[in-house]
Every structure is written in structure tokens, then in C-alpha cells.
Design a protein. Structure first.
Length: 333
């Protein structure tokens, strides 16, 4: 494995993510799946999946990447984030062998995607950064077959592996989980700076389509000034056309003492982002027609009118241009 460093004390340092775990023989990293075996970092979960599902692409959420198409979604074990609010903690945090996991090679995943006419394959449920090799091997085969690839990720990756990883991804939804170092340190056991660097790199230096998601937890990351700071950073560093989704928190894992997010909290964030000039803003998992619709950035008409994931109207031509004024809608169509 090329993203590793042999130290003088005999330990191996994993260089996939900013944790840079130092591993003795037989030891696994923070993610539970990258392991030192005979002085080499191996992926202990390669080929294991915790379930395959066919989803609307909007569920990832990606609203401006081949909308209305289907995606074959899968994940495996482990995670390099320490989120106290993890929604998939049974698999991301488990150190036990997965009795329900199935061996599924990249070739089989591609075959299933073709069989069910899926436009894309999504690496999701847990972070594909830590199943780096499995994701890239699958993505390489997808590309050969004309199938698009999607990463649903927290973006906690080092710069060099990021170059390789995102060169194989056609789209990514990157979780920007909050906008303060305190939030990341307290609730994710991570640093915000590498994540911001990843987002900037992927948006500005690759051809990968990017949408961002921020899950709002009341009392933790929903202050108006924090939403404003996040939106200003997006405007300054990414531009005004990167889609931003605000999603609702539901009590889980180590954060069962917090209430589920009120829709009013999502609406407030949605309104702030719009007022600051972001062109594509959505709410997710709590939504209505207004906050799930894609609007033309020029004329303001609804070009993809949705109620949640349900399509109501589609007002783009085959080139992704608005039927009302002809303006191209940012994204892939």
C-alpha cells in the first residue's frame, strides 16, 4: 500500500487520512479496518458489504447529478470519523466480525448495477475513504462500463490520496458537519481544516460534481452566525453554485439526549443561505416542495420541482438548460 510510512520503531504509519495512525503488527487504526499485516497496511474489510440497495440519486443527496436516475448504493465496515451522532454506528463503530456481511467483488457490483440499469454506483453508509482500495477498484470497473461513481464522504483524507481517490469519482456529497473547530473536536473527534481543504480541492481542481450537506443539531451547530460563516466561506472559496443541503438530526448513538431537529431550524438555515446569494439550497429528510425544488439561477423558475424525492415537474431540456430562459443549470444532466 503506497500511502504508508515505515517508522524506525517498526511501526507502520497509515497516511490515508489526517489521523496518520501508527500501527504495530496486527493492530488496526482508528477506523477499525486498516491493519498492519507483515509491515504492510491492508484493508481488512475489502470485498465485504453491509447491504446493497437501489436508491433514487436524490437520496444521496445529489439533486443536480443526473436527477431522476437510480444509483446502486453499498457500504462496508468502519469509519475514520468519531461522530457522536452517527446514524450508521452499528457498522461504522463495530470491532466485531460482520456476520451479516456478504463478499461482493467489484466485478459483481458492476454486474448488479448493469442488471438493474443503474446510472451510477454510490460508496456510502460508511466513509469510502477508509475502504479506499475497494472503492477505487470498483470505480475503475464502473468507468470501463460507462457507469458513474458517487462518494458520500466526510472528506477527512490527506492531500495525496485525495488526488487519486477523487480522480475516480464523478460526484461526491461531502458532509460539512459544522463550521467550527470546537464542533468537530467535541462531536467528531476530528479537525475541520483538512475537510475544508478537501472540499476546496475537489470543487476547484477536479471534474467531480460536488454537493455539500450540513446536518443541523439544535444547540450544537445551528446558530445563525455559524450558518452565515459557512455560507460566506462557500461563497469565498467555492462560488455560489455548489448545492448545499441542510438535513435534520435524529437522536442516535451517543447523542440520544438531543431532540430531533425541527423543520423550522432547517427553514431558517435555508433562508440564510438564500439571502447570502447561494443559488442552490435544499433541505433534506425533512422537506417540502419549496425547499426541495431546484430553481433557475437566472429567471428563478422551478426547473426541477420536487416534493421530497418525488418529481413534480422537470423543466430542463436534454442539455440541462432552463425551458423558461435557456440558462444552463449547474450540474450533470
Amino acid at each position: 500500500m503506497k500511502y504508508q510510512n515505515i517508522k524506525s520503531n517498526g511501526k507502520i504509519q497509515c497516511l490515508i487520512c489526517p489521523r496518520k495512525c501508527l500501527l504495530s503488527e496486527g493492530q488496526t487504526g482508528f477506523c477499525h479496518v486498516r491493519k498492519n499485516v507483515k509491515n504492510n497496511i491492508i484493508l481488512d474489510s475489502y470485498g465485504l458489504n453491509t447491504g446493497l440497495a437501489i436508491d433514487p440519486i436524490e437520496k444521496k443527496p445529489l439533486y443536480q447529478f443526473y436527477p431522476t436516475t437510480t444509483v446502486l448504493s453499498f457500504g462496508t465496515l468502519g469509519c475514520n470519523m468519531g461522530c457522536r451522532f452517527c446514524q450508521n454506528w452499528q457498522t461504522t463503530k463495530s470491532r466485531q466480525p460482520c456476520s451479516n456481511c456478504k463478499k461482493t467483488s467489484p466485478e459483481v457490483i458492476v454486474q448488479i448495477a448493469k442488471q438493474y440499469n443503474c446510472k451510477s454506483v454510490a460508496f456510502t453508509y460508511n466513509d469510502p475513504i477508509i475502504f479506499f482500495e475497494y472503492a477505487i477498484d470498483t470505480a475503475r470497473l464502473c468507468r470501463e462500463e460507462g457507469i458513474k461513481t458517487v462518494a458520500v464522504t466526510a472528506g477527512y483524507i490527506n492531500p495525496e490520496p485525495a488526488k487519486e481517490f477523487f480522480s475516480f469519482m464523478d460526484a461526491a456529497n461531502i458532509d460539512l458537519k459544522g463550521f467550527t473547530q470546537n464542533f468537530y473536536a467535541k462531536n467528531c473527534l476530528a479537525d475541520i481544516r483538512p475537510i475544508l481543504d478537501t472540499i476546496e480541492y475537489v470543487v476547484n481542481k477536479t471534474n467531480c460534481h460536488v454537493e455539500l450537506t450540513t446536518m443541523l443539531i439544535e444547540g450544537e451547530n445551528d446558530k445563525p452566525e455559524e450558518i452565515q460563516a459557512e455560507c460566506q466561506w462557500i461563497l469565498n472559496n467555492l462560488g455560489n453554485t455548489v448545492p448545499l443541503h441542510f438535513s435534520a438530526f435524529f437522536p442516535n448513538y451517543k447523542m440520544t439526549d438531543k431532540p430531533a431537529t425541527n423543520f423550522a431550524t432547517l427553514i431558517k438555515a435555508y433562508q440564510i443561505a438564500h439571502s447570502m446569494g447561494l443559488k442552490y439550497v435544499y433541505t433534506g429528510n425533512l422537506t417540502n416542495m419549496e425547499t426541495s425544488t431546484t430553481y433557475c439561477k437566472h429567471c428563478g423558475n422551478g426547473v426541477i420541482v420536487r416534493n421530497g424525492y418525488k418529481l413534480i415537474q422537470y423543466n430542463l431540456n436534454e442539455h440541462g438548460e432552463c425551458l423558461f430562459c435557456g440558462t444552463k443549470c449547474d450540474g450533470q444532466y
